[in-house]
Design a protein around this ligand. Structure first.
Ligand SMILES: Nc1ncnc2c1ncn2[C@@H]1O[C@H](COP(=O)(O)OP(=O)(O)OP(=O)(O)O)[C@@H](O)[C@H]1O
Ligand SMILES: [Mg+2]
Length: 357
């Protein structure tokens, strides 16, 4: 009964009634003794009125004290730009209506502050992305423009080999631009959930073998050995073939780029319980733990100045992660500086629930 405001009010009023009743009894006895009936009756009425008023004021003040504290906290929340949630000592459970109201206000303020924070972080991320994209677009564009303008201005004075060389450089920059724009477009579509993987049971071991084979010539030219470990009994997984091909290409391409001549690139597939595990390893330069923590962030490159990274925007692994998520799987990287890196992809054998992602 005392849990609700109504119950508390009723209890206080009952107390007032008992007190007034007691006073009336006392007064009646004196009235009978002294026979000053009229005077006593008027004192009694005035006393009862004053007592009720005072009791009502006390009750009202008690009730509104917590409401005032709540108002002050909400105003502070507003004045602080809705950034810090309400700081109010509220009982965790039960309590009366004001406690419940305060609890809901605290929850609401936490939600609002959290969403504003997430929005601010997304905005900062968007600005950084825009800055990175414009930088990466500007560099090859400016270079391309320079070579083409030189060709136009000095067409007559340049030797044919020089002209050819200039055109080759301009074409390379053009390809770089095309790759960057293509990757950005693909990542945006994957993140915006515009594309859904077309999942079909697929022998992933065969795909890994095919993709690895595609890189054999390139690996040989770079002085690398490509080693595949693909047992015959790997179960099929529900997969989008195009997406998984892209995933494997990204991982193998990275491994080859960061491994010096004489190194080994491994591509292995294995059944592991309810999942199929895909490993792309290398004996290259490896990464430190703090670098590893960011490799799947879009636009992250360990060393932006490195020649091997020229023309690479740092989108490949972000695309890989999104592809794996869309397949209901997981991707992680293990690495040690100087010892090499291994990317491990786990894909569930049972079809994932696509509505989740
Ligand atoms: N096998 C690897 N060994 C060492 N470092 C790696 C390896 N794979 C990735 N990295 C590091 O992680 C960074 C991010 O890789 P990611 O594939 O996302 O981008 P990228 O290869 O630089 O560019 P893109 O893939 O867009 O062409 C790379 O720049 C590189 O520094
Ligand atoms: Mg890459």
């Amino acid at each position: 009964m005392f849990q609700s405001l109504y119950g508390r009010l009723a209890a206080v009023l009952m107390g007032v009634f008992v007190a007034v009743g007691g006073l009336t009894l006392l007064a009646s006895e004196r009235m009978l003794e002294t026979e000053r009936l009229l005077e006593l009756a008027s004192h009694l009425i005035l006393g009862a009125l004053a007592f009720s008023l005072l009791a009502a004021l006390i009750v009202f003040r008690l009730l509104t004290r917590r409401l005032r504290a709540l108002c002050v906290a909400i105003e502070a929340f507003r004045d602080g730009g809705f950034a810090a949630p309400l700081r109010l000592a509220v009982p965790v459970a039960a309590g009366d209506e004001i406690d419940r109201l305060a609890r809901v206000c605290v929850e609401m303020s936490e939600r609002i502050a959290g969403q504003l924070d997430a929005q601010a972080r997304a905005e900062a991320c968007r600005r950084e992305l825009l800055a990175n994209v414009s930088h990466d677009l500007r560099t090859p564009l400016a270079s391309m423009q320079g070579y083409l303008e030189t060709l136009l201005l000095k067409a007559d004075s340049l030797a044919p080999e020089e002209r050819h060389g200039y055109l080759q450089i301009a074409t390379r920059h053009c390809e770089r631009l095309g790759k960057l724009v293509g990757d950005l477009f693909e990542l945006t579509r994957l993140e915006a959930r515009e594309v859904r993987p077309n999942l079909e049971p697929f022998p992933i071991a065969e795909l890994a073998q095919d993709v690895a084979q595609k890189f054999e010539l390139q690996a040989g030219n770079a002085g690398l050995r490509l080693q595949t470990t693909i047992p015959p009994d790997v179960p099929a997984v529900p997969a989008d073939v195009g997406m998984l091909e892209r995933l494997l290409e990204n991982l193998i391409e990275n491994a080859m780029r960061h491994t010096p001549a004489g190194g080994v690139i491994g591509v292995a597939v294995a059944a592991d319980g309810e999942a199929v595990e895909l490993r792309v390893s290398d004996t290259g330069r490896g990464m430190a733990a703090e670098e590893l923590a960011h490799v799947f962030d879009r636009y992250y490159r360990v060393d932006r100045g490195e020649a091997a990274d020229a023309g690479h925007a740092g989108l490949g692994l972000a695309i890989c992660r999104r592809i794996v998520e869309l397949h209901g799987g997981s991707i992680r990287a293990e690495s040690r500086p100087g010892a090499g890196t291994c990317f491990v992809v786990r894909l569930p054998v049972a079809a994932p629930r696509l509505s989740a992602g």
